[in-house]
Design a binder for this molecule. Structure first.
Ligand SMILES: C[S@@+](CC[C@H](N)C(=O)[O-])C[C@H]1O[C@@H](n2cnc3c(N)ncnc32)[C@H](O)[C@@H]1O
Length: 288
């Protein structure tokens, strides 16, 4: 296209070209990250991915996605910040309390029949979800025979998860969630306050293994009675979601339980016919 032709281009054609350029830059960035660091974001859902990438372009104070690509590929620190910013580590203790009361009512009776209980929290972020289940199992007298695996692709979040240290200011909300989830004790029994932080009781951590695991690139590593993967696959496109569901199906024992996030569902996934719902509102499914 000549300079003259470009000047008289229709605005809609110009917008199309800008979009195409953005698409090319994103593909090059993600392909470079995959080849150099092994992290595969190529099958993340495009709208939120784009938003996060632009957010990071501004955070790194560069002018374009191509400039971000150069920085991410040449500077490991910038790459780590990039992973952190794509990972959206938002979480809470007893998040969506209704799921925890449904779990207590419908899944705990099944777990009582198992001599050993193995649970996988895929995409555990900073650990609030796995500690909530540790509390619930402890209250039900099942924690001592349980082994919990908490994994995430984000090393920085996992480090915080291992430490089990959270902001004191969040305890009011977490206490409310705990009570709505059917908790009957004093939530403050589970932590010790220290300045502006709280430290969770060490006994809650004793049966939890924290490890890096990437749902896009790593394989199944054990067999589980329950898998939690909540608010992770909403960021994936259909292909990656199907891939993760394949991994979960393979990793669940017979009649194992899969728990999804409140906005997620088994519908339209490759494995939709492999599960029966135990609670459609709280997104608890049982492998058939
Ligand atoms: C919104 S948090 C969900 C935390 C918790 N499950 C909950 O529902 O509160 C999403 C987590 O998924 C993790 N994640 C995103 N893509 C992942 C992948 N490919 N493999 C493993 N974890 C991933 C992120 O690092 C982030 O910690």
């Amino acid at each position: 296209m000549t300079a003259m032709e470009r000047r008289y281009e229709e605005p809609s054609a110009q917008a199309g070209r800008v979009q195409e350029l953005e698409q090319i830059e994103i593909e090059l960035l993600l392909s470079g990250v995959h080849r150099l660091y092994g992290y595969d974001f190529r099958n993340y859902a495009l709208p939120s991915l784009k938003r996060r990438i632009w957010h990071h372009v501004h955070a790194e104070n560069v002018r374009s996605i191509s400039a971000l690509q150069e920085k991410v590929l040449h500077d490991r620190g910038c790459f780590e910040r990039f992973v952190y910013s794509l990972s959206i580590p938002v979480t809470e203790m007893f998040r969506d309390p209704g799921m925890f009361s449904a779990f207590r009512e419908k899944v705990i009776p099944l777990l009582r029949t198992c001599p050993r209980i193995r649970i996988w929290h895929a995409g555990c972020s900073t650990g609030e979800e796995v500690y909530s289940i540790a509390i619930l199992l402890h209250e039900e007298g099942l924690y001592d025979r349980a082994q919990l695996y908490a994994t995430d692709m984000n090393a920085r979040s996992l480090q915080q998860a291992k430490e089990g240290v959270y902001e004191l200011g969040k305890m009011r909300q977490y206490t409310r969630n705990y009570m709505e989830a059917g908790g009957t004790r004093l939530f403050s029994e589970y932590y010790t306050a220290k300045y502006n932080s709280v430290v969770l009781q060490p006994y809650l951590r004793k049966n939890i293994i924290f490890a890096e695991h990437n749902l896009a690139t790593d394989t199944s590593f054990n067999e589980f009675n329950v898998i939690f993967c909540r608010n992770v696959m909403i960021y994936f496109n259909e292909e990656l979601r199907d891939h993760a569901h394949g991994l979960f199906y393979e990793s669940l024992s017979q009649s194992g339980v899969l728990v999804l996030g409140s906005k997620e569902s088994m519908q339209f996934t490759r494995h939709s016919n492999s599960y029966e719902p135990m609670d459609t509102v709280e997104k608890i499914y049982r492998k058939m």
